[in-house]
Write a protein that binds this ligand. Structure first.
Ligand SMILES: Cc1ncc(COP(=O)(O)O)c(C=O)c1O
Length: 442
């Protein structure tokens, strides 16, 4: 089977036979782009549609083609590593159904995420409950529903699990060097190597089964060598576990991979380092299953946000009465107010250290000869913290214009609130007819 770009996609042969039951226009409102229509055409038509319906609400367009492309890239570059998509990153139904159709596993952080995945028909063996500090009732829920794989990093957690899910298959999360990452998760999670022996011993005393090791090099990782060191550390823990009589068979290399095309270090470079380290420390004949928990890698570049200019103020240096705001004066600063901001889709600006700036662009071709103005772009709420960009140079906008922002799929919609009564942006999933055809034939 070949994708439309000639890419061979054996990984798409799923146990489900067809994609239609799990991913269909009916069950998640997918628009199929036929007759050569592009995402850009779709965006334009939605903007036009909103204009004529007096509806300026912000919206996303989510490209399922992009998710497929990222998946093919993953399978090509990390053939030994099975992705368990991190649901927390973006739990839109179209994303989850697409990932399920691609036959990935899922990393769930809570009872609700487990419930969600089970309700979409994902089997419990495809879920890892990858949170080391779990409420007791959530562990019980996992137990009742057959979700056995879960992580731990403390004695307290082992005690809770022994009381509520004695047959769990435990994965010991270790702290690793995450200094090359924008979000350092090992500050909060992961057992230090010095305490691993004691923890494994305690698991044995409690009659629990430890099957492997996990780590997370931190989200927004900028140095591939972090993976090499972490995989070497995991090998040491595997050896300790095996010595203590556990059947260590699973390595989980976590997330941390960028989802942007313009990232500092290409995915291929990370892959090369990871493959080399796996070859050295966990060669294929070790029989160890390798999984990962990518989040932003899959979804970041798939989502484009469209937001509307709902208000505008022109600030001139002197604010003098001779300036009627009409002359082509570059000294003025434009203040634009969008209907989405840091309390909505753009919460990444305050919550996600790996995504601290965005570059809104106009929904039209900008001629190089056009006058540009220093512009400050604000979100819609009555809070001065709600600022989208501090200063960018763009042509003059008018109330009712639309701005687009790319790379908005990760930790965006899932973190948005309805502060001040501004609703969450609607998501329109789209797929090209060619990709849709390819998926269904698989
Ligand atoms: C346990 C765990 N796994 C996976 C992820 C996903 O990380 P990323 O989006 O960087 O791939 C996170 C993010 O916080 C996490 O905490």
């Amino acid at each position: 089977m070949e994708a439309h770009d000639g890419h061979v996609i054996p990984a798409l042969v799923t146990t489900k036979g067809s994609f239609v039951p799990v991913l269909s226009p009916e069950n998640c409102g997918i628009d199929i782009l036929d007759n050569g229509r592009t995402i850009r055409d779709f965006l334009d038509s939605k903007i036009k549609e909103r204009g004529s319906a007096d509806n300026e609400e912000p919206f996303y367009v989510a490209s399922l083609d992009s998710i497929l492309e990222r998946h093919l890239r993953w399978r090509t570059n990390l053939p030994r590593v099975t992705p368990f998509y991190a649901v927390k990153c973006n739990n839109d139904a179209s994303v989850l159904r697409m990932m399920s159709a691609l036959d990935t596993g899922f990393d769930c952080a809570s009872k609700v995420e487990i419930q969600l995945m089970l309700s979409l028909g994902v089997t419990p063996d495809k879920i890892i409950y990858a949170h080391t500090t779990k409420p007791l009732s959530h562990i019980k829920y996992a137990c009742t529903h057959g979700v056995d794989m879960m992580t731990f990093d403390s004695e307290e957690e082992l005690l809770k699990i022994s009381l509520s899910h004695a047959k769990a298959k435990l994965v010991l999360r270790i702290a690793v060097d995450d200094s090359a990452s924008k979000i350092r998760l090992s500050l909060k999670f992961g057992a230090r190597l010095e305490s691993v022996g004691k923890l494994l011993g305690r698991a044995g005393e409690l009659g629990l089964e430890v099957i492997g090791v996990s780590f997370h090099v931190g989200s927004g990782c900028t140095g591939s060598l972090a993976f090499k060191q972490a995989i070497a550390d995991a090998r040491r823990v595997f050896d300790m576990g095996n010595l203590l009589g556990f059947q260590m068979s699973l390595l989980d290399i976590g997330g941390g991979f960028s989802g942007r095309e313009d990232c500092q270090v290409a995915f291929e470079e990370f892959s090369e380092v990871i493959n080399g380290a796996l070859e050295e420390f966990f060669p294929p004949d070790s029989g160890v299953q390798i999984i990962a928990e990518p989040g932003r890698y899959y979804v970041d570049s798939a989502f484009t946000l469209a937001a509307n200019v709902i208000a505008k103020r022109v600030i001139t240096d002197d604010m003098d009465e001779h300036n009627d705001g009409k002359d082509n004066c570059p000294d003025r600063t434009m203040m634009y107010y969008l209907n989405d901001g840091v309390y909505g889709s753009l919460s990444c600006l305050i919550n996600d250290a790996a995504h601290t700036q965005v570059e809104p662009y106009l929904n039209r071709v900008v001629e190089s000869s056009e006058q540009r103005y220093r512009s400050v772009i604000w979100g819609p709420t009555c809070d001065s913290f709600d600022k989208v960009t501090d200063s960018c140079w763009i042509p003059e906008l008018h109330v009712g214009d639309w701005l687009l922002i790319d790379n908005m799929g990760a930790y965006s919609i899932c973190l948005s609130t309805d502060f001040n009564g501004f609703e969450r942006a609607h998501i329109y999933p789209v797929v090209t007819a060619e990709t849709w055809h390819t998926l269904n034939l698989s």
